[in-house]
Design a protein around this ligand. Structure first.
Ligand SMILES: [Zn+2]
Length: 189
């Protein structure tokens, strides 16, 4: 299934899709972090941009209810946040991945830039299918990767990682995905 269109996500949040289409979109959201991030933006647009109401076939309270349901379905998914948040704040506060990036000898730790006011960071490793291979939450801007995780990587494979910063109660900003490859996945064993 290709990535979701904003209109599909909006229809999902507003529960205007047919049951099979709703299930299909939900299945994609569970698997695809990119589209979950997109969903946060669509939610924000629906709530804050008057012109976006063209999507709204039902009251916005229904969208909030759908988001609450997704909190249960998606671990780590935040609840609907403050309607007063400005988009510029979100983008300016996103953390940036530092290492690994590109080809590295081995994977020992993940490092990123800190975000002012962030009290914790959640990092995740993905395979090319978008499956989460490992995830952890730390207060530092670096995280050690367990040797068992490093050793499980394939020397010929591409992997991705991203970091999210918690910048308020139940408010997170996320870096882009960074691709990397490891020359000696099992070196730490
Ligand atoms: Zn997607």
């Amino acid at each position: 299934m290709p990535h979701l269109e904003p209109e599909q996500i909006a229809a999902f949040l507003e529960r205007t899709l047919s049951a099979p289409a709703h299930a299909q979109v939900e299945g994609h959201l569970v698997e695809c972090r990119d589209c979950r991030t997109e969903m946060l933006e669509v939610e924000h647009i629906i709530r804050t941009v008057p012109g976006a109401r063209r999507w709204a076939a039902v009251p916005l309270l229904a969208a909030a209810a759908a988001a609450v349901v997704l909190v249960v379905a998606l671990p780590g998914r935040r609840a609907a946040d403050s309607p007063h948040r400005e988009p510029a704040v979100q983008s300016s506060l996103a953390p940036t991945t530092v290492a690994p990036n590109g080809s590295v000898p081995r994977l020992e730790r993940l490092t990123w830039t800190g975000v002012m006011g962030a009290d914790r960071y959640r990092v995740a490793l993905f395979d090319t299918a978008g499956q989460v291979l490992w995830e952890t939450t730390v207060s530092d801007t670096t995280a050690s990767v367990p040797a068992t995780v490093s050793a499980s990587l394939d020397a010929s494979g591409s992997y991705f990682w991203s970091v999210r910063a918690r910048v308020g109660w139940d408010r997170w900003t996320e870096s882009g995905l960074t691709e990397f490859r490891v020359a000696e996945p099992g070196a730490m064993r």
